[in-house]
Design a protein around this ligand. Structure first.
Ligand code: NCD
Ligand code: ZN
Length: 484
């Protein structure tokens, strides 16, 4: 201990700090919610509390840009307390929450309702505003009112929000582009899916695999291509949610190569499950987009390694057992909880040698922080950053049990899976929200919206003279030959 002119609130001692590039035996000193020093034990200040994490790894907490916490409106499935408790247990320190609640987050009025519900959160959060067919007039208000990103459901899913036409999407992109805020896309084309599902239902197909047949990968590939064109035209930043197929990787990679501001995420189910699991899991596996073929998983793993897919998120989408367990596949609600199991499931892949811990830090924390404007405040273990930390025990084994999840939605396709590698502590801005695999109950309300730290660099707006707003403002030209 040295004689530094301050006392830290907490020092984590004996652990190994992991960055996206390397690992380093170092202690971490925390004060007022920030990391103040990373270094040798001999360099640490005096501290109010010293916690021994010998043999453990110190990671930036996961940043999950895709969760559905259901409040307001569907609190029988989840609410902000239970959803954020699940995040805390799972080593996730920031979530971005989706607008398909009831009411949906479609204008400032509903944004305020969402912000009020979110006050219970154990972890920090961003809030998505909706970009739909019928709220184009509300987008500027949502930007000014403090949303952190937008969500556009190109395909229908839970909540049945009207998918915007390409015309509405273009106007939405034009309005959002100058703000620099990212537009996250549920990239599945509604009209193809509606057509095919109707035809399959008429033919009497009610089995789980009919869900894949209704949404072949072309729905994703077509939607990604179309959205990338609109993003390129307007300069809007976009993000492809829940990448499920090999087919959509090509338009994603092509768009990146052209300089389109586009990022992509995948979720554990698309990496770890495939069509062979439908017989075993039945309607529980139903999610949009569907879990596909083994060859799709392999291609997504490769794209995650190469950087075509930027990050891991969860699409945490809890439903009740009655809503999930249905004999007719079309009647089962889509999705399942994930924010609590992402880190153990991926650390298990680290333990088996499939990815490195450094790469895991990149896809779970650094890349989401960069893409959504939270870098350098979040997503790294360095002096000056928020003390958002997951302390990980790579030797600890656990069995995932649906019944033990913090989430209210106790149905997961990962029930019974054995994992090696578990977050044993989670800290949000220096405070333990999970300690020794126990939720710290009185931290409900500790979470804050990230609006104060979010810095989206200015976007490269294109074709501004051709936006609907510009065209409608300019004087109507006189017909040729008319007298002046
Ligand atoms: C999500 C839900 O339940 O809100 N369901 C899903 O299958 N993914 C909606 C979504 O993200 O598409
Ligand atoms: Zn979605």
């Amino acid at each position: 201990m040295t004689l530094l002119p301050f006392t830290a609130d907490l020092v984590l001692t004996g652990g190994t700090v992991v960055t996206s590039k390397s690992r380093l035996r170092a202690d971490v000193a925390i004060k007022d919610g920030l990391i103040v020093l990373v270094g040798d034990a001999s360099a640490m200040p005096a501290a109010v509390e010293v916690v021994d994490v010998s043999g453990k790894f110190i990671l930036p907490g996961a940043i999950d840009v895709h969760v559905h916490f259901r409040e307001p409106g569907y609190t029988h499935k989840e609410d902000w307390q239970t959803g954020s408790a699940a995040a805390a247990m799972g080593g996730t320190t920031t979530v971005f929450e989706m607008p398909n609640t009831h009411p949906p987050t479609r204008s400032v009025t509903e944004l305020r309702q969402k912000q009020q519900a979110a006050e219970k959160s154990h972890v920090d959060y961003g809030i998505y505003g909706l970009l739909a067919e019928d709220n184009i007039g509300e987008l500027q208000g949502l930007i000014d009112g403090g949303v952190n990103a937008f969500k556009c459901f190109m395909g229908n899913t839970f909540g049945n929000l009207p998918s915007p036409s390409t015309g509405a999407m273009l106007e939405g992109f034009e309005i959002i582009a100058p703000s620099g805020l990212r537009i996250s896309l549920h990239a599945e084309t509604a009209s193809i899916m509606a057509w095919r599902q109707k035809r399959l239902m008429e033919a009497g197909r009610n089995d789980p695999l009919a869900h894949i047949a209704a949404r072949p990968a072309i729905v994703a590939a077509e939607a990604v291509s179309r959205a990338a064109e609109l993003a390129e035209w307007t300069g809007a930043r976009v993000h492809v949610l829940h990448i499920s197929s090999a087919a959509e990787l090509r338009p994603l990679a092509d768009a990146k190569a052209r300089g389109v501001e586009i990022t992509g995420e995948t979720c554990p189910c698309y990496l770890l499950l495939d069509s062979r699991d439908y017989a075993r899991l039945g309607s529980v596996i139903r999610v949009n987009p569907p879990v596909r073929e083994h060859s799709d998983s392999l291609a997504i793993w490769k794209a995650l390694q190469s950087g075509v897919v930027d990050m891991i998120a969860t699409d945490h989408a809890p439903h009740t057992p009655t809503e999930k367990n249905k004999a007719v596949i079309w009647e089962a609600d889509c999705g399942f909880p994930g924010v609590e199991t992402q880190m153990p499931l991926l650390l298990n892949e680290v333990a088996s040698g499939r990815i490195t811990l450094e790469h895991y830090v990149k896809i779970s924390a650094e890349n989401p922080a960069r893409a959504f404007g939270l870098w350098p405040a979040k997503g790294r273990i360095e002096a000056g950053a928020h003390a958002d930390i997951a302390v990980v025990d790579m030797e600890r084994t656990e069995t995932i049990r649906a019944a033990n999840l913090q989430s209210r939605g106790k149905v997961t396709p990962f029930d019974g899976v054995h994992v090696t590698g578990v977050p044993i502590h989670t800290l949000v801005r220096g405070r333990f929200v999970q300690r020794d695999r126990q939720l710290v109950a009185d931290t409900s309300g500790w979470g804050r919206q990230v609006t104060d730290i979010q810095r989206m660099p200015p976007a490269n707006v294109r074709n501004a003279d051709q936006t609907l707003a510009a065209v409608l403002q300019s004087p109507v030209p006189l017909p040729q030959g008319a007298a002046t």
